[in-house]
Design a protein around this ligand. Structure first.
Ligand SMILES: *Cc1c(COP(=O)(O)O)cnc(C)c1O
Length: 230
């Protein structure tokens, strides 16, 4: 588990990388939000990040998010995002947790979320996840189906469209990664969606150069995750 000072140092280093990438791209550092991807990280590590000024946190599993949200409810300015796959039968749980959903990728999920949010009289901030590298089995709506899904989100008063989200195919080749990010930006322009959640520890500079408005960073803030992803 990371010591608090390590987390603070990790955050400072990531903020520096963001500032430098923004300077190179001629962008304001305030135009890029940092989301701390805290899956498997301890509550102490999250508290340390919060104490160092971090406010947006992303979790991959609904159960883990709900538990952490309860345990950390005293951190009143903390905002949660679900960045892992959401099953329709968990829509109620995420609505209750009050988190943003970055992985909205189907009409059926859109409808389930809208129904639950309407019942609870709340508005859920959402990002539509796009399968930008068209990988079979990968989460995200197919590019061809994006217009229909965006229309459904926009037609629902209980959902607030914040942006598009993508995880391009993992690649050693910067040019390939960059083209994934640029493809998401193009879709944003084409469909009038300003928010772009893209870029992680290894490629946040490429994402910022391509127009990311939010980068989701885990390892570079917290160090290696305590457990491997299953
Ligand atoms: C884990 C995760 C991240 C952060 O990954 P790092 O490489 O640790 O920065 C970003 N986005 C999603 C969807 C993730 O699951």
């Amino acid at each position: 588990m990371s010591e608090g000072r390590d987390v603070a140092a990790g955050l400072a280093a990531v903020r520096q990388r963001i500032a430098e990438a923004c300077a190179r791209a001629g962008r304001e550092p305030s135009s890029v939000q940092l989301l701390a991807a805290s899956k498997y990280q301890s509550e102490a590590a999250i508290r340390a990040a919060y104490a160092a000024g971090q406010r947006e946190f992303g979790e991959n599993y609904v159960q883990e998010l709900v538990q952490k949200a309860e345990a950390l409810a005293d951190l009143s300015e903390l905002r949660w995002h679900l960045i892992g796959r959401l099953q329709r039968n968990k829509a109620k749980d995420v609505v209750r947790a009050g988190c943003a959903v970055q992985t909205l990728d189907s009409l059926r999920l859109c409808e389930a979320l809208a129904v639950r949010a309407t019942e609870a009289h709340v508005t859920v901030p959402v990002f539509v996840q796009v399968n930008i590298s068209s990988e079979p089995q990968k989460a995200g709506v197919a590019i061809a189906e994006l217009p229909q899904l965006l229309a459904a989100v926009r037609a629902s008063p209980a959902l607030e469209l914040r942006g598009l989200m993508a995880i391009p195919r993992a690649s050693e080749d910067d040019a390939e990664t960059r083209s994934g990010f640029e493809a998401l930006r193009e879709l944003g322009v084409q469909h009038g969606v300003a928010g772009l959640s893209m870029g992680m520890s290894d490629d946040l500079e490429l994402a910022i150069a391509a127009g990311a408005t939010m980068v989701r960073v885990g390892t570079a803030i917290f160090g290696e995750r305590p457990r491997k992803e299953g």
